[in-house]
Design a protein around this ligand. Sequence first.
Ligand SMILES: Cc1cc2nc3c(=O)[nH]c(=O)nc-3n(C[C@H](O)[C@H](O)[C@H](O)COP(=O)(O)OP(=O)(O)OC[C@H]3O[C@@H](n4cnc5c(N)ncnc54)[C@H](O)[C@@H]3O)c2cc1C
Length: 428
Amino acid sequence: MEHTTTHALPFPHVELSGFDAGLTEQETAAQAVIHRFAAEVMRPIGRALDRMDPDHAYAEGSPFWDFHKAAATLGMGPEALEGLDPRAAARLEALVIAEMGWGDVGLAVSSGAGEMPLRGALASGDPELIELCQGKLGCWIATQPDRGSDGLILYPQERAVGAKGTVGNLTARFIGDEIVVNGQSSAWVSNGCVAQVGLLDIVADYGQGYHDAQGDTYGCNVIVPLDVKGVSRGKPLRKLGKRALPQGEIYFDQVRLPRRFAIATRDDYEIKHAMAWAHAGTAMSHLSAGLARAAFELALAYTNERKQGGALLADLQLTQFRLGQLGAKVEAIKAMSRHVADYTRTSPAPHPYFTAAGKAFCSSEMFTVVNESLQLFGGVGLTQEFPIEKLMRDARAMQIEDGETNILFMHYGFLLAQMNRAGAWGKN
Ligand SMILES: Cc1cc2nc3c(=O)[nH]c(=O)nc-3n(C[C@H](O)[C@H](O)[C@H](O)COP(=O)(O)OP(=O)(O)OC[C@H]3O[C@@H](n4cnc5c(N)ncnc54)[C@H](O)[C@@H]3O)c2cc1C
């Protein structure tokens, strides 16, 4: 139906991010810059890398490195939020990360994970560590072959009865002024096979073994330059989705680091680990918002082109109903991601299980949107003629990345039950 009569209600106001109003000038400008970068740089490079063999995709001179060179000129690294109050920082970060997710979620994670060591170094305030990380591609080395979901357990009651915290395959021993690291990461470390610096988030022995009296493991966060003696890499992983993101094992053989490279040790590890994980969960929620919108926009455009039974798909009521449901989900994911980000930055006591619930909600709803958007294409949605099939594969990876969806909801449910039992929530 044409909206040309004078009686028709005008269209509502929308921004690049959909139904948004009240963005500041700075926010609109940042969103526009990143949107353009996402459209002109991230999408073409992401699609090219998706079709390349992983053995060549991340080699020197590949489009992967062109992306990082171009991204470095945007000035949107962790320093960009310095000086903003927490609420403004949460808003700006939400807009920027969602646009990057709209561009390519694999490259967006390469960029985000790439900043993790620098974020840790900046928080420590240590100029030596900041210099060590600045201008380098980083990675976050947390999971291992024998320590996946169980690395995310924060309370002893969540473990199987009698079980101790899992030590895993990669550990640090603090001996005098040195840290000695041995073992291997999982194959899933984002940027793992190409990163220049890493943030270790692993179990540690401070001289009394790996466990405390409750059976919890001691942990540490250590900045590690990945060109030191004893570090080697696995081959880039061959995988279903997020193929623009290089992933692979990192091996440590008697790697010796000065103790001053540790930015979290026995007493402050839990809280710093929780905050780093909460940051990652928030970013993943924004990425889901961007990816959901990208898929929905493709479906919306397609239904306005494809004719069946003599009518455009978009003129059929069933299609309009499906578009309405998906469009509402796109807005709900965005709202939840921003709520989680705002709460995490402004709450006097944030919690990574709440952030995890946000990530699980946003990524699982996003998967529904991407899946149903592909469905609106019919058979052609399965082919490489349209980018929707790539978005579907990328979306699939996000159901496991940074915590598998069921596990994250389980942690949140555990927290709610404990809070209720203690009279901290829900007993008004
Ligand atoms: C795209 C991507 C990027 C990633 N990036 C990084 C990174 O940068 N750094 C990093 O360190 N890691 C990274 N990871 C790893 C990721 O965090 C893990 O894959 C994830 O936490 C799940 O661990 P797992 O693969 O070992 O699965 P598992 O823990 O083995 O889980 C397998 C299945 O068992 C279920 N399960 C596990 N425990 C329980 C339980 N107690 N009760 C009931 N069911 C259970 C899970 O729900 C899941 O369905 C990445 C993964 C992906 C896919």
